[in-house]
Ligand binder design. Structure first.
Ligand code: SF4
Ligand code: SF4
Length: 409
């Protein structure tokens, strides 16, 4: 393994800084962040005082306590935010969080962290999604978080983890959390081949390019990530203005060929960042000093049934399997929250009751997530719906949806 990477001769290079951060201590993370950013010219060289900055964390659903190592650790976020605040006071931090069973940010420790700092914490689904032209390899248009889209700058705070489908989840994949949960589920089902799914991730990344990425590698996850792996102390923080290059270096740290990760390879091929190590200038801690030997990769490679059948057939099956929203009239109070959140105008309220236009609906399930009255329930059609009926699961969403008067066009 070479000592340090050097800038390539053609002038297209990226810089990635590595700093030691051995534990989740706010002062230690703050010092490591400052040190890493100093290699990149300092935080003020990247973020201006007038910039409205959205800080995107990895707060994987369902919400989990920080010590399980699934989310970007709140103390890591706190240390980084305390440095970013030196550059701008217009900071918003958050992710798309399932809070139907309570405050998900409370579970992870983010709520207390944001209150300590006095920084606005947002759940992306509460602020809505906007359809944007993506012109990607796979996605023509995509629904993107309004908060992320309206920010002047995005700062990406991924956690270093393995991933059963994409091998590795880092800076590029972390932006996937900025689309509605229903679409995330749908895309996972529709793009079952890892290469297709990686292209979807890169399509989204092309819309939401972070100006700065700081990766939580203090405690990483190896094995069957992103939620079921085992924790591995690496004691590092990585920083770069090039998210693709940062992912490449993080992969090298854990002994993975960076270009074996399709998001890195595709993003680099599309000119969205630098993926080849020989074009990356490594700053700070030498690679040999932080490299993790024997880092376990996922065992659950994409071997599911759907990945073995032709994509058009797989998509048709997923369409059958995916739920569509139905309105339970006896529960609807006409509050219009579903109408406000629906990104395509499919949910409307008239005569005090919500309606869903099935022809317009893209099944993102934002309306279901936002309705506080349980008046929008997911309903599956076709064979899955028939199986649900045959099984007769009383009390399930399917059952509730069947038993109430509905309102869909
Ligand atoms: S379905 Fe729910 S969110 Fe929509 S108007 Fe009725 S009560 Fe409000
Ligand atoms: S009506 Fe359809 S498109 Fe609109 S929010 Fe609900 S699931 Fe999404």
């Amino acid at each position: 393994m070479e000592d340090q990477f050097r800038a390539g001769p053609d002038g297209r290079t990226a810089r990635v800084a590595i700093a030691r951060a051995r534990r989740y201590d706010r002062d230690e993370i703050r010092a490591a962040t400052t040190k890493a950013l100093a290699f990149l010219g300092g935080v003020e060289s990247i973020i201006r005082p007038t910039d409205r900055v959205f800080v995107k964390t990895n707060h994987l659903n369902p919400p989990s306590p920080a010590e399980r190592g699934i989310v970007t650790h709140p103390v890591f976020v706190e240390g980084v935010l305390s440095v970013l605040r030196e550059a701008t006071s217009h900071l918003v931090v958050g992710d798309d969080v399932d809070s139907r069973l309570g405050d998900g940010f409370q579970v992870s420790g983010y709520r207390a962290m944001a209150e300590r700092l006095g920084v606005r914490l947002v759940n992306l689904r509460e602020e809505g999604f906007v359809e944007v032209d993506c012109r990607g390899t796979i996605l023509g248009k995509v629904l993107v978080s309004r908060t992320a889209l309206e920010a002047d700058r995005i700062v990406d705070l991924p956690k270093l983890k393995t991933h059963s489908l994409t091998l590795f989840t880092g800076a590029v994949k972390n932006l996937y959390g900025a689309i509605p949960a229903g679409l995330r589920t749908r895309f996972h089902g529709e793009y079952t081949k890892s290469a297709d799914f990686a292209q979807v991730l890169v399509d989204l990344f092309s819309v939401l390019r972070p100006c700065l990425t700081l990766m939580d590698g203090v405690v990483a996850m190896e094995g069957d990530g992103p939620a079921g792996g085992t924790l591995r102390e690496l004691g590092i923080l990585l920083a770069s203005e090039d998210a693709v290059a940062l992912d490449a270096v993080a992969c090298r740290v854990i002994g993975l060929d960076p270009l074996a990760v399709e998001t890195t390879r595709f993003a680099a091929e599309r000119g969205l960042g630098i993926g080849r190590l020989e074009r990356i200038e490594l700053l700070g801690e030498p690679l040999d000093a932080v490299a993790a030997s024997g880092f376990k990769l996922p065992t659950g490679a994409p071997s599911r049934f759907l990945s073995r059948i032709p994509p058009p057939i797989a998509r048709a099956i997923v369409r059958q399997l995916s739920a569509r929203p139905v309105v339970l009239l006896d529960r609807c109070v006409g509050c219009r929250e579903c109408e406000k959140i629906c990104p395509v105008g499919a949910a409307t309220v008239s005569d005090g009751k919500a309606r869903i236009n099935r022809a317009l609906c893209v099944r993102c399930m934002c309306c279901h997530e936002v309705c506080r009255f349980g008046a929008i329930q997911p309903l599956r059609g076709g064979l899955p719906g028939w199986l649900d009926r045959a099984a007769g699961h009383r009390g399930s969403p399917q059952d509730k949806a069947r038993g109430s008067p509905r309102n869909d066009l």
